[in-house]
Design a binder for this molecule. Structure first.
Ligand code: SF4
Ligand code: SF4
Ligand code: SF4
Length: 168
């Protein structure tokens, strides 16, 4: 009799645990979908100006209510307005502690100065730089978001930002 009770208790525990895991999964899926919807409104520069290591982590922080909707300088007012609409919040001015909105720019490498160290290539979050160690590097303008992350690592300061669409 005691054995039967123990078996029943074990089964109940297993079923309960399964339901908990399933519930957690459903919750995670719902949260993922919500993060995706917020993330789709962000510029995907992956520049980290918002204080998070990329657009999706910032989207997740917004969803958790850990970050306000006005920290994305590359997106500026249109992004804030879109986030406000989606989340049914009031639009706020851009928080300039996290950068100012700039016209679109792209990085340009002075190929005569480039020493091919590849340090810029390692930090570009969108793979906009092509090159190989010890060969000069170049930027794919269509990929570049102008995030500036490649500027500090360049030991010879041969990367500049130019207005997007300029004949470079
Ligand atoms: S500041 Fe904007 S574009 Fe840059 S990583 Fe954050 S959300 Fe993405
Ligand atoms: S090339 Fe430089 S500025 Fe352009 S996306 Fe890559 S890291 Fe950012
Ligand atoms: S970091 Fe500067 S020198 Fe090194 S490969 Fe990039 S552009 Fe060239």
């Amino acid at each position: 009799m005691i054995e039967a009770v123990l078996v029943m208790a074990g089964l109940a525990l297993l079923i309960g645990t399964g339901l908990l895991v399933t519930g957690a999964r459903l919750g995670a899926t719902g949260a993922d979908a919500a993060v995706d919807r917020i993330n789709q409104l962000l510029p995907q520069s992956q520049c980290a100006q918002c204080g998070y290591p990329g657009c999706r982590p910032y989207a997740a922080a917004i969803l958790r209510d850990e970050a306000p909707i006005n920290r994305c300088a590359p997106g500026g007012d249109p992004t804030i307005a879109a986030l406000a609409r989606l989340l049914q919040r009031s639009p706020q001015p851009l928080d300039t502690d996290y950068g100012t909105h700039q016209p679109a720019r792209v990085a340009v490498i002075d190929e005569a100065l480039c020493i091919g160290c590849a340090r810029c290539l390692e930090v570009c979050p969108v793979d906009a730089i092509v090159g190989a160690p010890r060969f000069m590097h170049t930027v794919l303008a269509a990929q570049c978001t102008g995030c500036e992350l490649c500027l500090p690592p360049c030991p010879v300061d041969c990367i500049t930002l130019e207005p997007a669409g300029a004949d470079t």
